[in-house]
Design a protein around this ligand. Structure first.
Ligand code: NOJ
Length: 535
């Protein structure tokens, strides 16, 4: 049975916008809020219920908006506060809610708080950041490494202490043990929520609290994951501390005062047992938490099914999963999972939109947009610039949306150089919109199907037996999802839960199968998926 009282964010399809790359309304090569306003019709037509915007606040852009210099003012080349208010209002009229990105772990080194903090040991804001004396022989205070590589500490020559930064040295970490920092962020959240913003995606919310004693991280072992082995240590003390949950509960209490209900979506790059803890008791911490084991899994039935089952088993009662295959940091699903192959892209979209939980698409997923390789000279991501060729950074997944064919691709005007290269515009929005067989049409119809099918929105998830390479699950009482994530043909049926199956196809990755009546075993070609209404 579906739950008619489910809050909007449980039945929603969400969509991430990377504003600088969505649409450029003033021909300066940068996407902006005006561009989002210009394309609200696309979002409404697609059927999304909410958008979350990567940071639009003031930033010197050492990390493209994730180094915030003013949490309550707009970055001028992205737009004005009036435009943002207009976006919230117009989107709201179309039934689309607007969420912002909140970056509480760190600020820009140019934020007035940090300028003040580093001005002297007696600064009233000294304790707003994590400062520590050098170790013996002037070394950093402990062994922590930044998730962007290198030591997580930089020496401030003026005051003779090191400050902590879990990312770039231009992104000093705030000290979340300090009550004034907590109060400052309460005010920031209220500032936006009072303007009608529907909630926040919260940047690396798992690491905001650090070990109070700044203990060394333990060395990684060969049993640790790739990242821990790469950095040579387990991130036990520079984040993921139990006290982080106090802060998240505080944010939840603050958010719960708002009506209509607001939503907190955490960026939580942790394993599933830790992910579950960010939901607290199921109603007192994050509403949604991004599932990194899922997004980083290979596109294989066994691996993905296992993660979904573990998530279903470990989340507390009342908690609601979130499923995403792409974002501005990870390769787009069309490339990472699908290698650019259309049948695989459609299988991935069908999977995302048919699991129990809130699907979050990334701009371009709906047209099967693949990553666009960016030459070293054109790179803008500090990580690509720093680590090329060992690592090409995150520009490839941040390239502009191709709205139509031709110079500028509808992203910007012909003759204007976009901030990142546009890539091939062949599979653009305009051409796919008028093609009933396109990936865009498929995505739109999947979203519409989800909206009119309560079992797909809120029905329980139950795995069914399936042959190798395939994955089958039930949603609620009447929906069956069959997915073949392998090259070969498979036949499903005759197994527990699928014996004597009778039904009709609601949608298939092969569009010709829509409406097909089924009775008994069902054959699927390689990378084919079907959503079935059973009788
Ligand atoms: C995660 C964000 O998604 C990423 O883009 C950013 O570089 C880091 N957090 C630091 O804010």
């Amino acid at each position: 049975m579906s739950d008619p009282d489910a809050p909007w964010w449980k039945t929603a399809v969400l969509y991430q916008i990377y504003p600088r790359s969505f649409a450029d309304s003033n021909a300066d090569g940068n996407g902006d809020i005006g561009g989002i306003l210009d394309h609200l019709d696309h979002l409404e037509w697609l059927g999304v219920d909410g958008i979350w915007l990567s940071p639009v606040t003031v930033s010197p852009n050492a990390d493209w908006g994730y180094d915030v210099a003013d949490f309550c003012a707009m970055q001028p080349d992205l737009g004005t506060m009036d435009e943002l208010d207009l976006l919230v209002a117009r989107a709201g009229q179309l039934g689309i809610r607007v969420l912002l990105d909140l970056v509480p772990n760190h600020t820009s080194e140019q934020h007035p708080w940090f300028v003040d903090s580093r001005s002297g040991r007696a600064s009233p804001r000294r304790d707003w950041y994590v400062w520590a004396d050098p170790g013996p022989e002037g070394t950093p205070p402990n062994n922590w490494v930044s998730s962007f590589g290198g030591p997580a500490w930089t020496l401030d020559a003026t005051t003779g202490q090191y400050y902590l930064h879990n990312h770039l040295s231009e992104q000093p970490d705030l000290n979340w043990w300090n009550d004034d920092v907590r109060l400052a962020f309460d005010a920031i959240m209220r500032f936006w929520l009072d303007r009608g913003v529907a909630g926040f995606r919260i940047d690396v919310c798992n690491i905001i609290i650090k070990d109070a004693e700044l203990r060394d991280n333990p060395p990684a072992t060969e049993d640790d994951d790739f990242e821990a082995q790469l950095f040579g240590q387990r991130p036990v003390y520079n984040g993921n501390r139990p006290e982080v949950h106090d802060v998240i509960r505080r944010w939840r209490r603050l958010t719960d005062h708002y009506d209509p209900p607001r939503v907190l979506i955490g960026e939580t790059p942790v394993k599933i047992d830790a992910l579950a803890a960010y939901y607290g008791q199921g109603h007192d911490e994050l509403h949604l938490a991004f599932n990194f084991p899922f997004i980083t899994a290979p596109f294989e039935a066994h691996a993905l099914r296992r993660i979904v089952e573990d998530t279903e088993a470990l989340l507390p009662a009342g908690a609601w999963p979130a499923w995403t295959g792409s974002n501005h940091d990870m390769a787009r699903l069309a490339s990472r999972w699908a290698g650019g192959e259309v049948p695989k892209i459609r299988a991935a979209l069908l999977m995302l939109l048919c699991l129990r939980g809130t699907p979050v698409l990334y701009q371009g997923d709906e047209i099967g947009l693949a990553d666009v390789p960016v030459a070293h000279d054109d790179m803008r991501d500090p990580l690509g610039v720093r680590y090329f060729p060992a690592y090409a950074g995150r520009d490839a997944m941040r390239t502009p949306m191709p709205w139509r064919a031709g110079p500028g691709g509808g992203f910007t005007e012909a003759g204007v150089r976009p901030w990142l290269p546009l890539g091939d515009t062949e599979g653009n929005v305009e051409s796919q919109r008028s093609d009933p067989g396109s990936t865009l049409t498929f995505t739109r119809e999947l979203i519409a199907l989800r909206r009119r099918t309560p079992d797909l929105q809120t029905g329980v998830y139950r795995s069914l037996a399936a042959p190798d390479g395939a994955w089958a699950w039930r949603r609620g009482d009447h929906v069956l999802v069959l997915l073949n994530l392998s090259d070969g043909d498979v036949t499903l049926g005759g197994m527990e839960g699928l014996e004597g199956m009778e039904g009709s196809v609601l949608i298939g990755t092969d569009r010709r199968r829509g409406g097909e009546e089924l009775s008994g075993p069902v054959g699927l070609r390689g990378w084919e998926g079907l959503v079935i209404e059973t009788r």
